[in-house]
Structures are given as structure tokens and as C-alpha cells.
Design a protein around this ligand. Structure first.
Ligand code: IPM
Ligand code: MG
Length: 360
């Protein structure tokens, strides 16, 4: 029996995690997997109930269970809180406390969706890349940080800091991943300006020496942003720090048609895995049964693959998603103008995936 801790969070989080959970419940018995679920609070939901975006009890459960499926956090209701009490802080803290330094964000184009991107189908078609984002360091966590008044003026600061150990361990994840793919790592940086990036270039080169079979290139982050929309198919594994990875993974998502399609896995060396869609809580569409649950359903597939060592069950889900899309079903975010009227809702999309399990 394997337990999964579900943290639905805010906005569309509860709707999309419900569908992912239903898909997991359906796929389990087909692959001899006994799955049990428990739920916990994170983000605004936790602030409302407990006065904190993440309780110690939830962190402890996550450690014990070892496997977390998360929806999304945040919303206008909590936006005016100080930065260290906001809903997002719950997400940042759980990543940090569980030591989840490696964030894997694969962006692949489902053939049926090549037309859903705002870019030309000929440009996006062959896209199959994996963003490996460092998740527990950099400017998100560096100190000193905060606001002050200096000579009567409001001032604010954040600090981008990485040490060589943090860089080396995420670089290894990138090279190992590239070995299972097309053997190419693009390290993305801003070494023409930042000392932090210069250290990244240095350390990544050192680690590369252990991976002679993997080709390494270094790319400035601004030109990478440009190349991603010009020629996304040139990328295999993109290795980068926390802030650049946050930005580039949203850009990569749009190449695939919608932010509603992109899953992620956050891993560390403590054996805990956290799986969540790349998209946010989308408060504007929450509670209306229009959200796209596929990013969370595909995150559940990553959970099966990385935490439960059930690659066949993961593949079953991916094939089902593929089939549903091939059959022309779309949520509103991936529907073309002509199909928009026929778009299915969040729950219906979940149901379609369940029905398609076992597809060849
Ligand atoms: C993401 C999100 C988070 C981040 C926010 C919600 C704190 O944008 O997972 O990409 O910046 O990491
Ligand atoms: Mg983001």
C-alpha cells in the first residue's frame, strides 16, 4: 500500500487535484497498485484555517508519507499580506523544508495540440525539452532580504546567492537526465553580468567532465528566451537557477499550447517527491469547472514514475491523455476559436482520461 498526501491549495487547485486523484484511483487497480490518499492544507486555505500558509504538521506528514500531490496556492484574498506570510510562502517553505532542490518541468507537444500554440505548428511540432530548475536556493531564499527606509526613501533588497554544492548537485541531475534523453544540456545563465552565474558556468563545466557522453552548451538567459520561441526543438535539457527557471518554464509551457498542460516533479535527496502543475491558482476561473486538469493529471503520472516506481501506470495515463486529445476533446484554454463552444469542463476532462485508460 502506498500513501499519497494531497494538498489541493487554492483557486483551481482543489478542482484539478480532485481529477488527478480520481485518475490515480482508476489507474491503481489496473497495475496492482494499492493507493491511499490523505489531504492537508497549504496556502491561503491554510492561512484561513490555521493562520499560517503551511503548518509544521503538514510538513511532518509530507516527510512521513514521502509523496505529495499539490494543486496551486495564492489568490487576491491573501495578496495584501506581508511577503513572508503570503500563501506562496507555504509552497516555498515546503520545497525548502523537504530539500526538494530539483524541479523537473518537461515540455512536450502532444501532436494533437500542435495547432493550439500561438506559435506556428512547424516551429513547435518537435519540441521535447526538460527544464531542470534549481528550487531551494538563489534569489528566492537569499539573505539579506526585505524592505527598509534609507535616507527617507523606501528601499527593498533580495540577494542572489549560490554555493558550489548547490550548483553541483542540480547539475548532476541535469546530466543524468540528459543521459536518458538526447544527451544535451544547455546551461542558462547571465554570466556577462552576474558573479553568481560565473560560478555556475565554472561548476557546471567541472561536473561535465564526469559526463563525457553528454554535450554541454552555455546560453545567456536573454538569448535563451529568444531561442525558445524561435527554435524550441533545439533544446533537450535546460539547466538553470531558481529565478530563470521560473520564467523560462512558463515560456516553455506556452510553446506546448497552454500553461494548463505542464506537469512538474520536485525531488531531493531525502526520498520525498512533490508533484504539481506548473500553472498557478488561476483565481479568475476557480470554482467554475473550466480549469484544465491535464497538467495535474500528468503530474500524477510523474508521481507514479518517480516516487512509486510504476512507469507502466505512468505511461497508461500519458497514453490516455494523448488519446483524449486525439479524439478532439479540449478544455477552453486549449480549444481553438472554432472549438471553443464545445470545450469540456474540468470534471468531464478527468472522466474522459479515466475512460481512455488502457488505450494502445
Ligand atoms: C512556480 C510558481 C511559484 C514559484 C510561485 C507560486 C511561488 O510560479 O512554481 O513556478 O515562483 O516558484
Ligand atoms: Mg512560476
Amino acid at each position: 500500500m502506498r500513501r499519497i498526501l494531497v494538498l489541493p491549495g487554492d483557486g483551481v487547485g482543489p478542482e484539478v487535484t480532485l481529477e488527478a486523484r480520481r485518475v490515480l484511483e482508476a489507474v491503481g487497480p489496473r497495475h496492482d497498485l494499492k493507493l491511499e490518499f490523505e489531504e492537508g492544507l497549504i496556502g491561503g486555505a491554510s492561512i484561513d484555517a490555521l493562520g499560517t500558509p503551511l503548518s509544521d504538521a503538514v510538513v511532518a506528514r509530507a516527510r512521513e508519507v514521502g509523496c505529495v500531490l499539490l494543486g496551486a496556492v495564492g489568490g487576491p484574498k491573501w495578496d495584501d499580506l506581508p511577503v513572508d506570510q503570503r500563501a506562496e510562502r507555504g509552497l516555498l517553505r515546503i520545497r525548502k523544508e523537504l530539500g526538494l532542490f530539483a524541479n523537473l518541468r518537461p515540455a512536450t507537444v502532444f501532436p494533437a495540440l500542435a495547432g493550439a500554440s500561438t506559435l506556428l505548428p512547424s516551429v513547435v511540432e518537435a519540441t521535447d525539452l526538460l527544464v531542470i530548475r534549481e528550487l531551494t536556493g538563489g534569489i528566492y531564499f537569499g539573505t539579506p532580504r526585505g524592505r527598509s527606509i534609507v535616507e527617507g526613501r523606501r528601499e527593498a533588497r533580495n540577494t542572489m546567492v549560490y554555493d558550489e554544492v548547490e550548483i553541483a548537485r542540480i547539475a548532476r541531475v541535469a546530466f543524468e537526465s540528459a543521459r536518458l534523453r538526447r544527451q544535451h544540456v544547455t546551461h542558462v545563465h547571465k554570466a556577462n553580468v552576474l558573479e553568481v552565474s560565473q560560478l555556475w558556468v565554472e561548476v557546471v563545466n567541472e561536473i561535465a567532465a564526469d559526463y563525457a557522453d553528454v554535450e554541454l552548451s552555455h546560453q545567456l538567459v536573454d538569448s535563451c528566451a529568444m531561442l525558445l520561441v524561435r527554435e524550441p526543438a533545439r533544446f533537450d535539457v535546460i539547466l538553470t537557477g531558481n529565478l530563470f527557471g521560473d520564467i523560462l518554464s512558463d515560456e516553455a509551457a506556452m510553446i506546448t499550447g497552454s500553461l494548463g498542460m505542464l506537469p512538474s516533479a520536485s525531488l531531493g535527496d531525502g526520498g520525498v517527491g512533490l508533484y504539481e502543475p506548473v500553472h498557478g491558482s488561476a483565481p479568475d476561473i476557480a470554482g467554475r469547472d473550466v480549469a484544465n486538469p491535464l497538467a495535474t493529471i500528468l503530474s500524477a503520472a510523474m508521481l507514479l514514475e518517480y516516487s512509486l516506481e510504476a512507469p507502466a501506470a505512468a505511461e497508461d495515463i500519458r497514453r490516455a491523455v494523448d488519446r483524449v486529445l486525439e479524439n478532439g476533446h479540449r478544455t477552453q484554454d486549449i480549444a481553438s476559436a472554432t472549438d471553443a463552444g464545445k470545450a469540456v469542463g474540468c470534471a468531464a476532462m478527468g472522466e474522459l482520461v479515466i475512460e481512455a485508460l488502457g488505450s494502445e
